[in-house]
Ligand binder design. Structure first.
Ligand code: UDP
Ligand code: MG
Length: 324
């Protein structure tokens, strides 16, 4: 038992209390069947239900279930990073705790890993229980990102994958605070391959992703992996100035030919409003990048840990004598 585990499963958890029992039963059974030494690193990401209490219960019964309690909700991507930092397996498998990622795929991933792949990602075929709007927007986003970013991010692929220790160490060397995991996974390279599955609706509880959060994730993805939105404005500006110049020439010539006519108030308003809007958009985009530079230079820690169980050097909270 003192040997490091072969497989570390890392699960970020935000209000997942009702999913824990089926999750551990299913994942534990599959890992036992795969016949490898394993651990499950659970990161409690500031849950407001009794996820933490249940996790500690589970840890007491099954020491291979390890618990990291973050000091507050940091968001899934950072919670996942905390888990990756503390997983000790030769391969690491990030997975959603709501059983939307079928753990049944893990043996197949392990098999591909043993064949020599460094990263085996799970790609979903269909999305059950998701609206047509969500499907279309997701597909549009991936297509746009693919066009403008420097790395190819596999379509319909989440964080569910198996990574060799080398890949995990590479990821851990990326210091950025804006953790667009899909992009980071793709950026590291290594030998990658896919396994395919059908995605189920989440087992219990509610998704914490509303459209606003998805939009923010999309903006994070684009701004972390592409400078195109910064650069495109010089070309738009150039095009507009050239058109304006041509239009000015046309006006001058028309005055010579036809004489002065009624002042073009309407067209002037259109141009002013259009350019005003354009400048605001540009400023907003500069702001997006500037805000990211700002969060990076502050060099704050990515996450803070309140308590851990089952790790090499555990952090235990101070509990006053005589109960809570
Ligand atoms: N999650 C988290 N912190 C958050 C939001 C979500 O750790 O702030 C976890 C959540 O518990 C789950 C995973 O991230 O294990 C995916 O979340 P969710 O099912 O809400 O997202 P979706 O499946 O809709 O992408
Ligand atoms: Mg989910």
């Amino acid at each position: 038992m003192k040997q490091p585990p072969e497989i570390s499963v890392v699960a970020p958890m935000h209000n997942e209390a009702d999913n824990l029992d089926p999750f551990f039963e299913r994942v534990g059974r599959i890992l036992d069947q795969a016949g490898c030494r394993w651990e499950i690193v659970c990161v409690n990401d500031g849950s407001s239900d009794d996820t933490l209490e249940r996790l500690l219960d589970w840890h007491a019964r099954e020491p291979r279930i390890k618990v990291i309690d973050l000091s507050r909700n940091f968001g899934k991507e950072v919670a996942l990073t905390a888990g990756l930092d503390h997983a000790s397996g030769a391969a690491v498998v990030p997975i959603d705790a709501d059983l939307q990622d079928p753990p049944e795929l893990i043996p197949e991933m392990i098999a591909r890993w043993r064949e020599g792949y460094d990263m085996v990602y799970a790609t979903r075929r269909v999305r059950h229980g998701e609206t047509a709007v969500k499907r279309t927007t997701a597909s549009l986003f991936y297509r746009l990102l693919d066009r403008i970013s420097e790395v190819h991010i596999p379509r319909n692929t989440g964080d569910f994958r198996l990574m060799d220790r080398r890949v995990v160490e590479a990821l851990r060397r990326m210091p950025e605070r804006t953790r667009f995991m899909k992009g980071l996974f793709a950026w590291v390279g290594f030998r990658q391959t896919a396994v395919y599955y059908d995605r189920d609706p989440r087992l219990a509880g509610e998704t914490s992703w509303n459209y606003w959060r998805l939009w923010r994730l999309a903006v994070d993805g684009i701004t972390s992996f592409s400078a195109a939105p910064l650069k495109v404005w010089s070309y738009v500006g150039l095009f507009l100035s050239l058109s304006a110049l041509l239009y000015a020439a046309f006006l001058v010539i028309r005055v010579f030919v036809q004489g002065i006519d009624v002042p073009g108030y309407a067209s002037m308003m259109v141009v002013i409003l259009f350019l005003g809007g354009m400048q605001l958009i540009t400023l907003g985009i500069l702001g997006e990048y500037l805000a990211r530079v700002f969060t990076e230079v502050k060099q704050r820690p990515l996450y803070l840990i309140r308590e851990t169980r089952g790790l090499d050097a555990d952090i235990r909270p101070h509990r006053p004598a005589g109960g809570e």
